[in-house]
Design a protein around this ligand. Structure first.
Ligand SMILES: Cc1cc2nc3c(=O)[nH]c(=O)nc-3n(C[C@H](O)[C@H](O)[C@H](O)COP(=O)(O)O)c2cc1C
Length: 199
């Protein structure tokens, strides 16, 4: 049993190499519409969108992310618990010190999905983000959620400069663009011990 939507869900992959070609505005708008139709707690729709299509601006933000990552890695006290895991530290350092843009991957479009601190806003916004990535895929546009970009939230000046309203923060930074890579192989998906039925 399958259908087009299920196929799309199964075939979507994170894309990290993009063609040097802008994405048409109508397509970006369509992707945002798909986000707006996501379910949300009490239908509060706690999201805002900042769409950046200026590649220099995206590159500049990438440098800011790197700076914040370096600051985090230098921390000796109040080290976030996630950074105590060696694997995470290596991942962050690789992105922070890379010469190339291993943050936003030179993407032509970056959408920041913002939310507030209210109950279930994070969950609602994640639904919105996934809708956007699936819609993009259905339109031939590749995407990748960039969790590392959340470090921008640590610097209030950056948020102000970007135009994040008071009381909001970046919940999902997602890059979009025409793919320059064709990913055939699906990363292994867990199956065995993640499902329990209670009949
Ligand atoms: C919340 C979240 C944060 C992520 N952060 C990053 C990131 O910072 N950099 C990156 O290259 N990929 C990031 N990804 C993409 C994942 O690495 C990717 O979804 C995962 O490896 C599975 O591959 P697939 O999306 O191709 O199925 C993130 C994905 C999610 C859902």
């Amino acid at each position: 049993m399958s259908n087009e939507l299920i196929q799309l869900i199964k075939q979507r992959r994170s894309i990290r190499r993009f063609q040097d070609k802008p994405v048409e505005r109508e397509l970006i708008e369509e992707i945002i519409q798909a986000g707006r139709y996501a379910p949300s707690d009490r239908n509060r729709q706690p999201w805002r969108f900042i769409i950046i299509t200026n590649k220099e601006y995206i590159h500049d933000l990438s440098e800011k992310v790197k700076e914040e990552l370096k600051k985090l890695l230098r921390k000796k006290i109040n080290v976030p618990k996630e950074l105590k895991e060696r694997e995470n530290k290596i991942l962050l350092a690789a992105a922070a010190y890379a010469k190339e843009d291993h943050i936003f991957f030179d993407a032509p479009v970056l959408i920041l999905v913002l939310t507030d601190d209210k109950l279930f806003s994070t969950e609602s916004t994640a639904c919105c983000a996934q809708n956007m990535m699936l819609a993009a895929y259905s339109l031939g546009i590749g995407s990748c959620w960039i969790g590392l970009a959340n470090v921008l939230n640590l610097n209030k000046k950056y948020l102000k400069d970007i135009g994040v309203p008071e009381g909001y923060h970046i919940a999902a930074a997602i890059v979009f663009g025409y793919p320059a890579e064709e990913k055939m192989k699906l990363p292994i998906r867990k199956i065995g011990d993640i499902i329990k039925w209670i009949d």
